[in-house]
Design a protein around this ligand. Sequence first.
Ligand code: IMP
Length: 176
Amino acid sequence: MLRFVTSNAGKAREAAQYLPEEVERIEYDYPEIQSDSLAEIAAAGARDAYREISEPVFVDDSGLFIDAFDGFPGPYSSYVDEKLGIERVQALAAREENDRARFRSVVAYVDSGGVETFEGAVRGRIVPPRGSGGFGYDPIFEHRGQTFAEMDVEEKNAVSHRGRALAAFGDWLAER
Ligand code: IMP
């Protein structure tokens, strides 16, 4: 059994669907360090959660990186989502010529052996919102003609940043 420390129900759903082992969600809100590096944020969060919970755990730190904004909102995606909302982010992006963006995710796993990180990324375009699935910026992120909010969890996991990070994590667990 794997323990996923996250306050985000969408992330928890995707990990539970994807990983071969059972996933228990732990809603401990670890303090996020401020950094431009998702890997640093995820590793620090995993260490903090491990100290608190005293069991091996994993966390996910992720974000939307918009090319025309030099990667903004990136590690600040959840704050920007909360303060501006995805419609306003899309409206700002629509003023730019370049509509390309990337989702990135870093999964950090920690046990007595230390922290291991696994990364995934996916490219897409920022478009007016479509679809009712997923969470966060999914309705404005289009990948091969479909927004992530138009995909079910399985379809999204097959191509998404989180799916790729979880796949690398799963391979590592299997080889251990
Ligand atoms: P974190 O808790 O700092 O990792 O925040 C990640 C934020 O990035 C989320 O709250 C979402 O706003 C956004 N985000 C990350 N992954 C996804 C995704 O798969 N779909 C949509 N938004 C995402």
